[in-house]
Write a protein that binds this ligand. Structure first.
Ligand SMILES: [Zn+2]
Length: 223
């Protein structure tokens, strides 16, 4: 039986960590459309060349091209046991097309896992991030404070904040995510596929929630 998963999670939700965990624990590849597009362009496949022409013109790559790439990717051997889609679908139209595509391949989506973290917590996580200007070690002014404010514990250099981690930018990024996913989540919820997982707590407790959803074959919080 294959394990076909779509993973949703806002910036700062720990989505990358959990995706990596699913990849390792259930032996399925993580498919991100960004990576896939870059790989297709590099391979100069017919779809890759089409995508490159569109991107070079400054336009967005059409759903048809992205779906074509998804299809090519899902037909590769490493997807025989399943896959995790990350960053796709982004619209209801893409979701509809994906379901039709999978249907043609006699496959289906098993779970749409959504990591849920409230926005105040996300703002703290993201706008609290600081990195050492010399060795790049990461800190967080709320959750993982350096011993001396603004100074790296490892090398003593000063800590800096990335431009897109400032509070206003973080709030805008989160709003974009919410606007994009709200309708998708209700779409998948209406199909009985949405599993909400609390992204607050220890990494291992979140992993355990995901495991229980996958291992029980789909019983999760479908709210
Ligand atoms: Zn340092």
């Amino acid at each position: 039986m294959s394990l076909n998963i779509i993973l949703f999670g806002p910036p700062g939700s720990g989505k990358g960590t959990q995706a990596q965990f699913i990849v390792e624990n259930f032996s399925v590849p993580q498919i991100s459309t960004g990576d896939m597009l870059r790989a297709a362009v590099k391979s100069k496949s017919p779809l890759g060349l089409m995508a490159k022409a569109v991107m070079d013109s400054g336009a967005l790559v059409s759903d048809e091209i992205v779906l074509g790439l998804v299809k090519e990717r899902l037909l590769l051997d490493d997807c025989a046991n399943g896959f995790i889609l990350d960053g796709f679908p982004r619209t209801i139209h893409q979701a509809d097309s994906l379901i039709k595509l999978l249907d043609e391949m006699s496959r289906t989506i098993n779970h749409v896992i959504s990591l849920e973290v409230d926005s105040e917590e996300l703002v703290n996580r993201l706008s609290g991030r600081r990195n050492c200007s010399s060795c790049s070690r990461g800190f967080n002014v709320v959750y993982d404070k350096p011993k001396n404010e603004g100074i790296c514990d490892s090398c003593g250099a000063s800590l800096v904040q990335r431009d897109d981690d400032n509070e206003d930018t973080v709030k805008k990024r989160l709003k974009v995510y919410e606007d994009q996913t709200a309708s998708l989540k209700s779409y998948f919820s209406s199909l009985g596929l949405l599993r909400n997982v609390s992204g607050v707590g220890t990494v291992s407790s979140i992993k355990a929630q995901i495991c229980s959803i996958i291992e029980s074959g789909g019983i999760g919080d479908n709210s």
